[in-house]
Design a protein. Structure first.
Lengths: 83, 303
């Protein structure tokens, strides 16, 4: 999952730094992720993992770092399994 | 809804607004305009000493700047573009025939011009300031007013498609522009109190389009980027935003290349007055006949 998220981030994140240079916990907004790019990333992740972010998770916190995105996606996948 | 329709009908009956047959597109009477002019003079009295540079643009802007602004990313549903007939004589004949028969949409052949209707008074400002070069270290302040267009037909007189927005726009460092925004939140409350209007200030968001827009809404609210000053007009439970206080962080600075003398990217903030909404709030609160408005309100507005 980590690799897919990194690929998507490299493709749509529009970051001025290489994604490979970023730690999992690095703050993506400080790294240059714009509000609009975070929306693009959200849509790309939904498509790649075939999930839909609930409104409650559509916020800055969910996309604050690569590990935050992993946790958010895992949470959505887990909720789907439970359903 | 009934209340909204009836307030609109009362405004038509009193001749303050003039029905054009299109929801949200109204004429204004001399009396209505006089209230707006008086309120703008009040704005000048409160903000004039700040020394803002005044600029007035017509209600259309350069399409290239509009495209660069990213407006279509966030609010495609509200935008209005200007299209014109650009054909030859033969095309003209087909156009007239099409209009006469009335079965097909005659506007299909219209082509986009270089003009887009201005969506917010400050939009033409950013590229204008960027062209001038670096901003002074002490920042800059501008005063704009324009008719603005938003495609949202409604019977709520406080939601018009063509309306005027008066704005102050501040550019500078983060603390400079956030201080400016706070100062106007305080001034806004005092101003409205001085004309007898009951106000609250609340955190707000722009009407971003679609599901992606939900994320932008949440981001905007989480970061306290937008506040609105609300006044009851058509509903007490859902008061109407009559002023907005927006902090853009460095997003417009980056987008338009607005830099301070020391090379840092400028932060920007704007404060907007919805002039028709404020006039409507006055008419709703004090009555449709200005002669019967409380003496202190009349004195504040007309001296």
């Amino acid at each position: 999952m980590n690799e897919t998220i990194r690929e998507l981030l490299a493709r749509v994140g529009g970051l001025p730094v290489a994604v490979t240079e970023l730690e999992d916990a690095a703050d993506l907004y400080s790294a240059g992720l714009s509000s609009f790019a975070s929306v693009q990333l959200m849509l790309a992740i939904e498509e790649a993992f075939d999930i839909e972010f609930p409104d409650s998770l559509l916020n800055r916190k969910s996309f604050a770092s690569i590990s935050a995105i992993e946790q958010t996606v895992a949470q959505i996948l887990k909720a789907r399994e439970a359903a | 809804m009934d209340m909204q329709v009836s307030f609109l009908d009362r405004l038509f009956d009193a001749g303050l607004l003039i029905d054009t047959g299109v929801d949200g597109l109204y004429g204004r009477s001399g009396q209505f305009e006089d209230v707006i002019a008086a309120f703008e003079r009040l704005i000048d009295r409160i903000g004039g000493a700040d020394g803002a540079e005044a600029m007035r643009f017509p209600p259309g802007m350069n399409r290239a700047f509009f495209e660069q602004s990213g407006y279509m990313k966030s609010f495609p549903q509200l935008a209005g573009t200007v299209h014109s007939f650009c054909g030859n004589e033969l095309d003209h004949m087909s156009l007239l025939k099409c209009m006469e028969v009335g079965e097909e949409d005659w506007t299909k052949g219209q082509e986009a011009t270089d003009i887009v209707l201005t969506p917010a008074a400050c939009y033409p400002l950013y590229p204008t300031v960027a062209r001038r070069g670096k901003l002074p270290k002490s920042g800059a302040l501008y005063d704009l007013q324009s008719y603005c267009f938003r495609h949202e037909p409604s019977k709520d007189p406080a939601r018009q498609q063509l309306f005027r927005m008066r704005e102050y726009i501040c550019m500078g460092t983060e603390s400079h522009v956030t201080d400016f925004r706070q100062r106007w939140m305080d001034r806004g409350v005092e101003m409205m109190k001085s004309i007898g209007l009951d106000v609250t200030i609340d955190i707000a968001n722009d009407p971003f389009f679609g599901r992606a827009g939900k994320m932008l809404v949440n981001n905007q609210r989480d970061q306290n980027l937008k506040f609105e000053l609300l006044i009851p007009i058509t509903s007490v439970a859902k008061p109407t935003a009559c002023m907005s206080f927006n902090y853009h962080q460095d997003s417009f600075g980056l987008k338009w290349g607005l830099n301070l003398e020391d090379g840092s990217v400028a932060h920007t903030a704007c404060v907007g007055f919805g002039l028709e909404r404020i006039a409507l709030a006055l008419f709703h609160t004090h009555g449709l006949d200005v002669k019967t408005w409380p003496e202190n309100v009349r004195a504040t507005l007309w001296g």
